[in-house]
Design a protein around this ligand. Structure first.
Ligand SMILES: NC(=O)C1=CN([C@@H]2O[C@H](COP(=O)(O)OP(=O)(O)OC[C@H]3O[C@@H](n4cnc5c(N)ncnc54)[C@H](OP(=O)(O)O)[C@@H]3O)[C@@H](O)[C@H]2O)C=CC1
Ligand SMILES: O=C(O)C1=N[C@H](C(=O)O)C[C@H](O)C1
Length: 243
């Protein structure tokens, strides 16, 4: 049995993770929300999971380092400066960051990578996602993770080739672009489709999250796995043995 800290414990994911921790036979020991300083509390925990906000990341990493415990970061909307912080922290503690902790999406990213490599650059790639009306970042962390997998398989850089928010006189689609489209509404837990559009044919790979408990269970599995690991950067691929 492990002691879990949660940053963002009163949020939608935080509450789902508390249930998943108990379901897995662990204990929720410390919860941190906006305005709280996690550092003094996390010393009681074996691991901490962060599903809060990008603004909190620097402090959260500092607190996990002070406590000397692993951290799993599920927060999305991260930018380059955040990834620099993650890499620096991973020299001292185990750090797992992912835009999606579910088994299905982790596997989907592998399928996207394979399709992207095999189909070649003449197949256009478009990524469509839909989430609940409360979501504050776009495109979703998952859409970016899938875009990274597709771009990496083609040996291109995602930020240089990303097309999102098309509107008005856009001109023709840029060759080699990876397009992103975002839908928001209702209570949708998470829908992602990666569309490979070729000449007179189309291949779509998609994943539907029916409930956010899938992310919570994945987060608990990832955090369990992180306990006792050497300092470093880890992903859900490492947890699930997907290479
Ligand atoms: N990787 C994955 O698999 C998944 C990732 N996510 C991501 O997780 C994050 C949270 O999502 P969700 O639970 O739906 O969002 P919510 O808005 O429901 O919850 C966020 C929580 O974080 C707290 N919070 C906000 N800012 C800070 C801060 N600076 N320090 C500490 N706590 C803070 C909020 O507190 P308060 O209410 O007081 O502001 C709230 O309790 C998002 O980035 C989302 O995209 C979501 C699902 C799956
Ligand atoms: O905010 C959410 O709800 C979700 N966020 C993650 C993302 O940005 O991809 C994961 C999941 O799709 C739900």
């Amino acid at each position: 049995m492990a002691q879990f800290g949660i940053i963002g414990h009163k949020g939608r994911m935080g509450r789902a993770i508390i249930d998943a921790i108990e379901e897995a036979g662990h204990e929720f020991c410390v919860g941190v929300d906006l305005g709280g300083d996690p550092a003094p509390l996390l010393g009681q925990c074996d691991v901490v999971v962060d599903f809060s906000s990008p603004e909190a990341l620097e402090q959260n990493l500092r607190s996990a380092k002070l406590a000397g415990i692993p951290i799993l970061i599920g927060t999305t909307g991260l930018e380059e400066k955040h990834f620099v912080l993650l890499s620096a922290a991973s020299e001292t503690i185990p750090v797992l960051q992912t835009g999606n902790t579910s088994l299905g999406v982790t596997l989907l990213a592998h399928l996207v990578r394979e399709a992207s490599a095999k189909l070649g650059a003449e197949w256009d790639i478009e990524i469509l996602e839909m989430h609940h009306r409360m979501k504050v970042d776009a495109p979703s962390g998952t859409a970016k993770l899938l875009g990274e997998a597709a771009a990496d398989a083609r040996g291109i850089d995602l930020p240089d080739n990303m097309e999102s928010g098309r509107h008005g006189q856009t001109g023709e689609r840029r060759e080699g672009a990876i397009g992103f489209a975002t839908l928001r509404g209702g209570t949708v837990a998470g829908e992602h489709s990666v569309i490979f559009a070729g000449k007179e044919e189309r291949l779509t790979l998609s994943h539907t999250a029916e409930d956010r408990s899938i992310f919570a269970r994945g987060a608990v599995r990832g955090a369990e796995w992180l306990i006792g690991k050497a300092p470093g950067r880890y992903s859900m691929n490492d947890v699930l043995g997907l290479g």
